[in-house]
Design a protein around this ligand. Structure first.
Ligand code: GDP
Ligand code: MG
Length: 163
C-alpha cells in the first residue's frame, strides 16, 4: 500500500492547484474548475522517486458559511484517517483567518503528522507573508506557489522526509 498524503485546508487556499501540480497527468479524475470541486480526488504522485497516494479534499466550496467547518471536517476526516501525512494548506496572501485557526486546532487533535504549507507565497514578499502561518502552532510553514510553481521541489523533499 502506498502512503496516503491528504491535502486539507479551508476553501480557496489552493488545495486543488497544489494537487494538480504534484500529481500532474496521473490523476484518477479529470481536472476540475477551480472552486467547484465536488468530490475527493485521488492521484498517484511521484515525489523524489517516492510513490504516494495524494488526496485532494473537496466538496467544501458550495457549503453555506454557517456549516463550513462541519463540511471541512467531514470532507477531511475520511482522507485523514489513513494519512501518513496531512498537508495543511493556508493562503499566505490572505493571512491566517479564523477558519484556518479553527480547522488547524481540529487537525492537531487528529494526531496525524502534519506539514504546514503556506501557498500563494510567490514573489518577493511571499516568504515573509508565509511566516504568519507559524502562529497556527503546526510547525514551520513551507512557502510555495502552486500556481507559479515556486517552492515545490522543497515541498516534495519535506513531504518525503515526513513519510
Ligand atoms: P481550493 O479551493 O483550496 O482547492 O483552491 P483552488 O486550487 O481551487 O484555488 C483557489 C484560487 O486560488 C484559484 O483562483 C487559483 O487560481 C488560486 N491559486 C491557487 N494557487 C495559487 C498560488 O500559488 N498563487 C496565487 N496567487 N493564486 C493561487
Ligand atoms: Mg479544490
Amino acid at each position: 500500500d502506498l502512503p496516503v498524503v491528504a491535502i486539507v485546508g479551508r476553501p480557496n487556499v489552493g488545495k486543488s492547484t497544489l494537487f494538480n501540480r504534484l500529481v500532474g497527468r496521473r490523476q484518477a479524475l479529470v481536472a476540475d474548475t477551480p472552486g467547484v470541486t465536488r468530490d475527493r480526488k485521488e492521484g498517484l504522485a511521484i515525489l523524489r522517486g517516492r510513490h504516494v497516494r495524494l488526496i485532494d479534499t473537496a466538496g467544501l466550496e458550495e457549503a453555506a458559511p454557517d456549516t463550513l467547518f462541519g463540511r471541512m471536517r467531514s470532507s477531511s476526516e475520511g482522507a485523514m484517517v489513513n494519512a501518513a501525512l496531512v498537508l495543511f494548506c493556508v493562503d499566505a496572501r490572505a493571512g491566517i483567518t479564523p477558519a484556518d485557526e479553527h480547522f488547524a486546532q481540529w487537525v492537531r487533535r487528529q494526531g496525524r503528522p502534519v506539514l504546514l504549507v503556506a501557498n500563494k507565497a510567490e514573489g518577493r514578499s511571499g516568504a515573509a507573508s508565509a511566516m504568519e502561518a507559524y502562529a497556527l502552532g503546526l510547525g514551520e510553514p513551507v512557502a510555495v506557489s502552486a500556481e507559479h510553481g515556486e517552492g515545490l521541489a522543497d515541498l516534495m523533499s519535506e513531504i518525503v522526509e515526513h513519510l
